[in-house]
Ligand binder design. Structure first.
Ligand code: DOR
Ligand code: ZN
Length: 352
């Protein structure tokens, strides 16, 4: 049995770092293990312009602990007023790596997102021209559509029409949660990829609702039936280049999660790699972990894979249940099983 696994240092292709005290507390949880991450722009107010992305990148770099090496890959938040010239300049200078599409009202801080997809067509055409990828939160917001069907309906009503009217546009379906998402990505061409989160490989909707409501398992898109979780696991562990890790690690303080109207988001940055190693081992796919965490993402984005390596050892890691932030405690995702893979060199941290 494999006792130690060395892989190229991973990247996270979908991450929420927030700002201020929260940023300072959660950034080390990612930069300890990951070399790069696509940084979500859903701050309040959102990161809409190149100037705002540059300022946010500077705040992230200022929050990076001594001795950590980490590159934030910045994104712009697409609005109906996005200026295509500003976007193109930010992309040409290397400041941004992608643009994020939130349907208005779909999730946390998405109020400035897109209501009418026709209004952003010129921006999407420009992005196709310059080769700037679009990261998509793929859920419709139509109140008539059941929350568990919102991803599948988005594919038919929004995503497929966008892709056929904007040929060449590179699209990442973020955090896919359904077998419909997996099938759509597999059926697409090389312009289409998808991120899969750690938590959607581990939980289904029963974990949220059976035996009492578990606010720390609530995220968007919400976890679906078991058959969908199994489809995601098969996709992630397949090694297929279209699927790569985007944790969607999304910190909210405990009072904001454990509330009558709790926020969506699972905070997985801390223990993601230990969880993934176990998932891949269980599925007999440890030899494909590196493709999912470290190779497929850079290949899709046209970036080199990282040169440095990390080693995972078959030994129980010790992670805190919560981390302390200046804004309050943030609960670390509980996979519901004892972890048995540890990132070599990981320091024991104080439990917050
Ligand atoms: O669960 C989620 N949390 N899904 C999202 O799309 C946004 C994120 C957040 O920002 O908290
Ligand atoms: Zn997200």
């Amino acid at each position: 049995m494999t006792q130690s696994l060395t892989i190229r240092r991973p990247d996270d292709w979908h991450l929420h770092l927030r700002d201020g005290a929260m940023l300072r507390a959660v950034l080390p949880e990612t930069s300890r293990h990951f070399a790069r991450a696509i940084i979500m722009p859903n701050l309040v107010p959102p990161v809409v312009t190149g100037a705002e992305a540059a300022a946010y990148r500077d705040r992230i770099m200022a929050a990076l602990p001594e001795g950590h090496s980490f590159t934030p890959l910045m994104t712009l938040y697409l609005t109906e007023d996005t200026d295509p010239d500003d976007l193109a300049a930010a992309h040409a200078s290397g400041l941004i790596t992608a643009v994020k599409l939130y349907p208005a009202g779909a999730t946390t801080n998405s109020a400035s997102g897109v209501r009418n997809f026709d209004t952003v067509r010129p921006v999407l055409e420009r992005m196709a021209e310059i080769g700037c990828p679009l990261c998509v939160h793929g859920e419709v917001t139509d109140p008539e559509i059941d929350i568990f069907d919102r991803e599948a309906v988005f594919i038919d009503r929004v995503l497929d029409p966008i892709r056929s009217t904007t040929p060449g546009l590179r699209v990442v379906m973020e955090h896919i949660t359904t077998s419909d998402g997996v099938a759509y990505v597999r059926a697409g061409d090389d312009t289409l990829g998808a991120t899969i989160t750690t938590h959607h490989l581990v939980i289904n909707r029963n974990h949220i609702l059976v035996g009492g409501i578990k606010p720390h398992y609530y995220c968007l898109p919400v976890a679906k039936r078991e058959e969908h979780r199994l489809a995601l696991r098969a996709a992630a562990t397949s090694g297929e280049g279209r699927f790569f890790l985007g944790t969607d690690s999304a910190p909210h303080t405990d009072p904001n999660k454990e509330s009558a109207c709790g926020c969506a988001g699972c905070f997985t940055a801390t223990n993601t790699l230990s969880i993934l190693a176990q998932v891949f081992e269980e599925d007999g796919a440890l030899d494909r972990l590196e493709a999912f965490t470290s190779l497929n993402g850079p290949a899709f984005y046209g970036l080199p894979a990282n040169e440095d390596r990390i080693t995972l050892d078959k030994t129980a890691p010790s992670y805190p249940d919560k981390i302390d932030t200046g804004d309050g405690p943030v609960t670390v995702f509980d996979p519901g099983f004892e972890l048995c893979w540890k990132v070599s060199g990981d320091q024991l941290r104080t439990i917050g």
